[in-house]
Write a protein that binds this ligand. Sequence first.
Ligand code: URA
Length: 218
Amino acid sequence: MDALNDKKQLRTLGTTNQIRGLLTILRNKETSRADFIFYSDRLLRLVIEEALGYLPFASQDVTTPTGSVYNGVEFTGKVCGVSIVRAGESMENALRASCRDIRIGKILIQRDEDTGLPKLFYSKLPKDISERHVLLLDPMLATGGSACQAVEVLVEAGVKPDRIIFVNLIAAPEGIQVMTERFPEIKIVTAEVDEKLNEKKYIIPGIGDFGDRYFGTL
Ligand code: URA
């Protein structure tokens, strides 16, 4: 994992007790659905705010009410979100809470019954997406199959890979490896990197099925 961090493609939230406390609630199988939604939303907001920090900024000086000059910065450029349906849709509220009026596209990828490989079923993206930085949203990075396919869809729509930030809650090393090898220019921002995938491709220790727990389809 250090090698990936050295490449500066992977960013995790700092391991503060606040972050670990939120993850502890989410990982606990006894957590109620109401708490799962509430604490996921809190943590999702934090990863999205972290991801926004990797967009381009330029210097901007402002005068404060005390008459002093503050040497600040302002975001330059255009940004949009793209959620990978269905679990990625859980991140849309947190993104809207951080970026007013943000455009959000959607990509639906499912496993092809015949080939067993991820297949694109639907996409709807902002028309000017090729001019934008894209926050690609999916809370779980497991094998990286769907995430890579989603990046492929964005690249085909004209988005430069170095303008794509994959925003995530929990990532498996296997998925990080696959994504960063295939797209060495994208960034991944996640709350925590877990140990491994199990034989059913669930992340271990993980959280279970995020979409089922968040949307109540258990
Ligand atoms: N998707 C999930 O929701 N959970 C996992 O552990 C892996 C993929």
